[in-house]
Design a protein around this ligand. Structure first.
Ligand SMILES: [Zn+2]
Length: 125
């Protein structure tokens, strides 16, 4: 898709809506490979020069998401990609697979997810 100011705004709005529904802090969004390369190396480590190959990349440690607008062919895949990356943010322990895909489908349908809580390593009675 061609990135223009209107599309950028639409994407950021969608990210805002889904971040609220998933109870996560809104991540910083990168929309071009140039922005990925302009971001400090330590933040994009691992998926930096290879980012262009993907529809989207989540940099979980830095609450940073790359949406590869140029590679994305249509609005449906765009929405899918946004939700996919935000599901990574909400369920950081979860790898790709059936459960992950189910959560993406639920997210696309408007499901609300409560905040993620790390399990305490200490239990007390
Ligand atoms: Zn993924």
């Amino acid at each position: 898709m061609k990135l223009d100011p209107e599309l950028s705004l639409q994407i950021l709005e969608k990210v805002g809506v889904y971040s609220n529904r998933f109870s996560i802090a809104e991540p910083k969004i990168l929309l071009t490979t140039k922005e990925v390369l302009d971001t400090p190396k330590e933040m994009t480590e691992g998926r930096r020069t290879s980012a262009y190959k993907y529809y989207g990349v989540s940099y979980l440690q830095h609450n940073l998401v790359f949406i590869n607008v140029r590679k994305i062919p249509d609005e449906k895949i765009l929405e899918n990609t946004i939700v996919h990356e935000l599901i990574h943010m909400r369920f950081p322990y979860l790898a790709h697979g059936k459960r992950f895909n189910k959560l993406v489908r639920q997210g696309l349908k408007g499901k609300l997810f409560p905040p993620y809580r790390k399990r305490s390593k200490i239990s007390a009675i």
